[in-house]
Write a protein that binds this ligand. Structure first.
Ligand SMILES: Cc1ncc(COP(=O)(O)O)c(C=O)c1O
Length: 380
């Protein structure tokens, strides 16, 4: 088999990662809550404008914190897009709440806001907006529908750090929002995440849940005279060692965002004619949305042509990949009430979508080779 020359993702160092990592080792605090973690939280809070940004071990964990914070239980339902990563649904289903799968919009692959009214029931407690590829969901409509029924909005912003919706930064619109700093994400520390608490009424409990159900943070701020178990929580804190890498990446926001935008635009422009000729759908960014340019995807005319394109690129040493399998049709999704055929747009995207290599250190030369290889594909 041809060795991979151009991987789908390559962890990229963009600034002071090594320097800060050394400093973290030298400082001798490797566990969470240290100087680097505090700087990352402050930077996220001031740059994004949320009440509190709590660093977590992953976006999955930040989502699990949402389930605990909203006291979800077996009597409750939450509406979740079918086209998303398992964690978006799994994290709240862990509390016993039932996921109600919503289909996605054909243009953005974001939750289709037009379906919400029919999916909300008196049991619905939360709706999760996943900003797929870093392009905002229709937040005005989602928030309005949710507000009318007292339903909380959670933004799963694993893809969308620094993206905007009508000028507002993604992750600052819902009561709660989550970020991912996994190796594949635009800003990364290997494995990591954050919970952004926008609703001030949730801040204190969020800190407790983060710290294994204890009031440790309040105690260290002198707000409690002893530190003890005060409610259910878990071990969600990111190690300071990882926060040192994260800080270097967060500080390089402008460089990272500019590079990703340039890569995305080059794919979009270079593949426009080829896509139009072969009935391949390119991504769209609705007006009012500023993308974070997290990923670049194409929708091929059929599942067969999608699979053949992946094989073709693989034979040239280029790793392109598919994305989510529709959750409603997954084995676990079906055990929780999902049905095959329930979310046709999502199921179709699962079959036909391809993601092309996209990462900070992708060179112009490498991207040129990917574009060239895609345009040579003709087995539709
Ligand atoms: C939309 C979405 N949410 C959540 C996650 C989980 O992120 P993490 O790996 O940080 O737990 C992912 C992972 O890719 C994702 O795509």
């Amino acid at each position: 088999m041809t060795p991979i020359r151009i991987p789908f993702n390559r962890p990229s160092f963009v600034g002071k990662e090594r320097e800060y990592l050394e400093a973290s080792l030298a400082a001798g605090q490797l566990s969470g809550g240290g100087a680097f973690s505090q700087q990352c939280s402050k930077l996220l809070e001031s740059r994004l404008g949320c009440n509190r940004a709590l660093l977590t071990t992953s976006c999955t964990d930040a989502l699990e914190m949402c389930g605990l914070l909203l006291n979800l239980g077996p009597e409750d339902e939450f509406v979740v897009p079918s086209f998303t990563f398992t964690s978006t649904a799994n994290a709240l289903a862990l509390r016993g709440a039932r996921p109600i799968f919503a289909d996605v919009r054909p243009d953005t692959l974001n939750i289709d806001e037009r379906h919400l009214e029919s999916l909300f029931t008196p049991r619905t407690r939360a709706v999760i907006a996943v900003h797929y590829a870093g392009v905002a969901c229709a937040m005005d409509e989602i928030c309005k529908a949710a507000r009318e029924r007292g339903i909380r909005v959670i933004e799963d912003n694993a893809h969308g750090i620094f993206g905007r919706y009508k000028g507002r930064l993604l992750g600052t619109i819902g009561a709660l929002a989550t970020l991912s700093f996994h190796e594949t994400k635009s800003v990364s520390c290997g494995e990591g995440g954050a919970l952004m608490v926008n609703d001030p009424a949730l801040v204190e409990r969020a800190e407790i849940i983060l710290e294994k159900g204890t009031n440790r943070r309040q105690f260290f701020r002198g707000q409690a005279d002893k530190y003890t178990w005060v409610e259910l929580g878990s071990s969600f804190v990111l190690a300071d060692l990882l926060a040192s890498i994260l800080l270097a990446q967060l500080e390089a926001e402008v460089e990272i965002c500019n590079k990703r935008e340039a890569i995305w635009l080059k794919y979009q422009n270079s593949l426009a004619t080829w896509s139009a000729i072969h009935d391949v759908r390119q991504p769209t960014i609705p007006s009012g949305c500023d993308s974070s340019y997290h990923l670049y995807h194409l929708i091929l005319p059929s599942e067969g042509s999608r699979d053949r394109l992946l094989e073709h690129l693989r034979s040239l040493g280029i790793l392109a990949v598919f994305h989510y399998q529709a959750l409603n049709a997954s084995p676990m999704g079906q055990r929780l009430g999902g049905r095959i055929g329930q979310c046709p747009v999502s199921e179709d995207a699962s079959r036909r979508l391809v993601r092309l290599p996209m990462y900070f250190s992708l060179s112009g030369e490498e991207q040129g080779q990917v574009i060239d290889a895609v345009m040579r594909f003709d087995r539709f």
